[in-house]
Design a protein around this ligand. Structure first.
Ligand code: FEO
Ligand code: CA
Ligand code: CA
Ligand code: CA
Length: 622
């Protein structure tokens, strides 16, 4: 059914002209000579910026691998394909101290940012993606194949990738996850009562439309004339959807099959040091089309935004099957790397995957098998701040054939059960994990109210009713991705003391200094060390509108927990997805599922990607 679309895409990529390949120096040429010949590409700037000494919220320096971790220059300090060092990044002469003016709480149906900032709506649900495709029109609902070439719904995790030969401050690729369907964009109001997709009543065509609206968009963008715009005819623009076919790699291929139709519930994401995108499936079954095989979903899917080293996505089963939220990586000087992942279950564990081999920084294609062979660990948070990584390997205690794990594939497919059997700690719904320039790692635990009975409280999850969530921080022993031990503490407890006092419930009190928030979800520490927190709370009796306002984005000092509200979203939305140009002058942020009439008054609300800049062109936040 979906094969025709997928084959068409593969054909299309196969027919790309040679000029689409990145330039390669011939003997006697420098790369600069070659780049100068590339008319389709814009200038390289040679600033040769190295590691910067940084300050934050007025505090001194975070040093370390600001240009190497995934909180840093995003693809490992080498330009994809060419091995050429990046030429744009943090400016050693720039002061990154956080100085923006905190915005007030808001319940308005608009995006609120500090004075001196401008917001552009760049990319909305239903917008054209693939070259030659059309954009959404109010009141017109697309067939599945038309929808499958436009932006999906519920923009979520996102990453900005540099392109060989392109100044990344002025152009690159955005990979954007589509977690769910913006129902009102894809279906007439009367199709599904309450705009809730119902697989029981859906026709095969309607299922395909819904599956077209999830997955990933790749768009090439360019900064020109003071605004960002999408390159409508770019050969890179492409959709990966719930109808396209994915290869299966790793040990569970024997149980899952060689291919799976569809990726879905593409929540958040990450990148690899070799410049591929990791889109994370937060559901373990196909709820739009349950006729699809079991075990095909709940994986991390690797794809190449440039479409060069991978022609289609690959489900990396060695990384485990669970409700994946995002992926963040930490590497060392020998290019050994660990990938950290949370299971957003009620409750779920925290994992890391360590490939058997170091990655190759010069040859992207040499890394293609890296995520298929390695060790998957689950985290155990011990009392008093110690932690252990427990390997999930067939044959270890609790993981034998007698317990139902005859092969490693069985462990990977039944990962949530195996992790608990091995002694992993179940957490209060792990959302995003981020690795900062100082190699500290933070994770958001968004909220969970089910402790006290079958799931007891513990030191890492101390609230019986954790309405507002918390953030945990840990450090690997020796800052090594290969460590099997770590130290941890609770970085902050979310919630507002005033609300707790008003309701007589000390359990609701948080310890955030400054602007308080509830239900942290999106989380990213940028190369300057600033921790950006995005919220996903349901306003109501506990997270009250008067105390918290709409969901927003906060800048938090990792040293002190001091918080400043940077952005407030429109009515009904959550904030999720944060990416940036390497010099931090543009931030890309997603507004997911607005409910009223944003971004256009009087029209159907649409999930959208924002581009946020300072009017003076200086780095965001400073
Ligand atoms: Fe899709 Fe756990 O958020
Ligand atoms: Ca969501
Ligand atoms: Ca999330
Ligand atoms: Ca959430």
């Amino acid at each position: 059914m979906s094969h025709s679309t997928d084959q068409a895409k593969t054909r299309c990529l196969a027919l790309l002209p040679d000029a689409a390949e990145p330039p390669t120096p011939r003997p006697g040429q420098t790369l600069d000579d070659v780049l100068a010949f590339d008319p389709a590409r814009r200038i390289w700037l040679k600033s040769g910026l190295g590691a910067a000494v940084l300050s934050l919220f007025g505090a001194p320096a975070l040093a370390g691998n600001a240009d190497r971790t995934n909180g840093g220059a995003d693809v490992g300090g080498k330009a994809p394909d060419t091995g050429r060092p990046y030429t744009a990044g943090l400016d050693p002469a720039q002061d990154y101290t956080v100085r923006f003016e905190s915005v007030p709480r808001s319940l308005a149906d608009r995006v609120v940012v500090p004075p001196g900032y401008e917001v552009q709506v760049l990319f909305s649900s239903g917008d054209a993606v693939e070259a030659g495709s059309t954009s959404w029109t109010e009141g017109v609902f697309p067939s599945w194949d038309v929808a499958g070439r436009r932006a999906g719904g519920d923009h979520d995790g996102m990453h900005y990738f540099e392109l060989p030969g392109v100044d990344p401050r002025r152009g690159g690729l955005l990979a954007i996850n589509h977690e769910q369907v913006d129902m009102r964009v894809f279906f007439a109001e009367e199709t599904f009562p309450g705009n809730a997709f119902d697989e029981k009543t859906a026709t095969p065509e309607q299922k395909r439309v819904a599956l077209s609206a999830v997955g990933v968009s790749i768009i090439e963008i360019e900064f020109d004339g003071g605004t960002w715009r999408i390159q409508r005819d770019s050969r890179y623009n492409r959709r990966y959807t719930g109808n396209t076919v994915y290869d299966v790699g790793g040990p569970a291929r024997e149980r899952v099959g060689a291919t799976v139709t569809g990726t879905l519930n593409n929540c958040s994401s990450g990148a690899t040091p070799w410049g591929t995108y990791l889109t994370c499936e937060e559901a373990t079954f196909n709820y739009f089309d349950s006729s699809q095989p079991r075990h095909g979903y709940g994986w991390v899917v690797e794809l190449d935004p440039q479409g060069r080293i991978l022609r289609q996505g690959v489900k990396r089963t060695a990384m485990g099957r669970f409700n994946h939220e995002n992926v963040a990586w930490l590497d060392d000087a020998d290019r050994r790397v660990a990938f950290y992942m949370g299971d957003d279950s009620t409750p779920g564990c925290i994992y890391k995957f360590v490939p058997d081999r170091p990655y190759d920084a010069a040859d992207r294609a040499a890394n293609l098998g890296l995520l298929d062979e390695g060790t998957l660990y689950v985290a155990r948070f011990e009392p008093s701040g110690q932690g252990k990584w427990l390997p999930l390997k067939q044959g270890l205690p609790g993981l034998t054939a007698a317990e139902g794990y005859a092969t490693q594939a069985d462990i990977l497919v039944e990962c949530q059960r195996a992790a608990v059997a091995a002694g992993g700690t179940v957490m209060d719904r792990p959302e995003w994990i981020t690795v900062g320039p100082g190699k500290d790692i933070h994770v958001t635990l968004t909220n969970y109210n089910g402790r006290g009975g079958k799931v007891p409280v513990d030191d890492a999850n101390p609230r019986p009713e954790n309405h507002h969530g918390h953030i945990i921080r840990w450090t690997e022993a020796g800052h090594s991705p290969l460590a099997t031990a770590f130290t941890w503490d609770i970085f902050l407890l979310a919630g507002d003391p005033r609300q707790a006092a008003a309701q007589g419930k000390p359990n609701l009190a948080g310890n955030i200094q400054g602007d308080s928030f509830s239900s942290p979800d999106g989380l990213r520490q940028d190369p300057a060390g600033r921790l950006w927190v995005q919220t996903d709370m349901n306003l109501g009796a506990v997270a009250t509108p008067a105390v918290f306002g709409n969901n927003g984005m906060y800048c938090v000092d990792p040293a002190t927990g001091q918080s400043k509200r940077f952005l407030v979203g429109p009515v009904g939305c959550e904030l999720t997805g944060v990416a940036y140009t390497p010099d931090l002058t543009t931030f890309f942020v997603n507004i997911q599922h607005p409910t009223q009439a944003w971004p256009t008054a009087g029209r159907t609300p649409r999930s959208s990607t924002l581009a946020i800049r300072r009017t003076d062109g200086a780095p965001v936040g400073a």
